[in-house]
Design a protein around this ligand. Structure first.
Ligand code: ADP
Ligand code: MG
Length: 271
């Protein structure tokens, strides 16, 4: 599915990724390829390293990559800091600023979008193109457009970031940020701390609305239920720091029927 603009190079490739935290190896050779337009689900038991993988792609400094590489449009992103990854079009869940009193959702999002736009505009101008300036008025227009698209209440934008968001509101903020940044690759970690049905609905409606044939997506989830609302093209099962099975949507249904125990038992029998 890769197009001419990437010369046939897959958009996103994780290759033999090994990573540790505090000298404990968590990822033990993860491989994953995501092309434009594809939706991949990564599932797995608690503690298998799913969130670790998301954090490493995001550039979280606590993890040490000991082997392997992550390529985005052919470039190894491990050399980029977290800002650069976002500016180049990777979206890695919502980065909550540590309590900044009095910053509204709208202001926070305007900063995030302005930074990303600025970096993209500089790249286009360096290549000889021109880009219209991104004014506060343009931001307000864009924000209204995206909120309408996602059927979000206008009042949400005026909420303060440190106001104690519910699980559903956190996910709403994340999806709105994703809508505004228009990433090429989005990685959403559902996190296992029990998303309520409201949050689940926000994530799935948002993903289904925003996904298009240029955008690659990786949904990380412990539970099969998210995949009742979103149809992934590929499902991967991660166990103990490795992708142990990959398949189509039927793999999620197999899990629903047999739980992780069946897959774990199969693996144990093989080794
Ligand atoms: P998952 O998201 O699949 O539930 P995680 O990536 O959160 O799994 O965790 C994988 C393993 O890494 C677990 O054994 C967990 O205890 C360990 N781990 C994750 N983050 C840290 C951390 N910050 N410090 C120490 N151990 C960690
Ligand atoms: Mg997790």
């Amino acid at each position: 599915m890769a197009d001419a603009s990437t010369n046939g190079t897959p958009m996103f490739v994780i290759e033999n990724l090994h990573a540790s935290i505090e000298d404990k190896e968590i990822l033990k050779g993860v491989n994953l390829t995501v092309n434009e337009g594809e939706i991949h689900a990564i599932m797995g038991p608690n503690g298998s390293g799913k969130s670790t993988l998301a954090n490493i792609v995001a550039g979280h400094p606590a993890y040490e990559v000991t082997d392997g590489a992550i390529y985005y449009k052919g470039e190894n992103i491990l050399e980029w800091d977290a800002d650069e990854r976002a500016q180049k079009g990777l979206f890695l869940a919502f980065q909550y600023p540590t309590v900044i009193p009095g910053v509204s959702m709208a202001n926070f999002l305007r900063m995030a979008v302005t930074n990303t736009r600025k970096a993209r505009a500089e790249a286009i101008e360096a290549a000889g193109g021109t880009v219209a300036p991104f004014t506060p008025r343009e931001f307000r227009r864009l924000m209204r457009e995206k909120m309408a698209l996602l059927k979000m209440d206008d009042a949400f934008a005026t909420r303060y970031l440190n106001e104690g968001f519910s699980g559903g509101e956190k996910k709403r903020a994340e999806i709105l940020q994703m809508a505004l940044l228009e990433p090429s690759l989005a990685i959403l970690d559902e996190t296992d701390s029990g998303l309520d049905i409201d949050a689940l609905r926000v994530v799935s409606e948002g993903v289904n609305t925003l996904h298009n044939d240029k955008m690659g997506m990786v949904l990380i989830t412990h539970y099969q239920r998210l995949l009742d609302y979103i149809k992934p093209d590929f499902v991967h099962i991660m166990v103990k720091g490795q992708v142990v099975r990959s398949g189509g949507p039927e793999l999620a249904h197999e899990l629903e029927a047999g739980g992780y125990e069946t897959i774990l038992a199969e693996l144990a029998a093989k080794s």
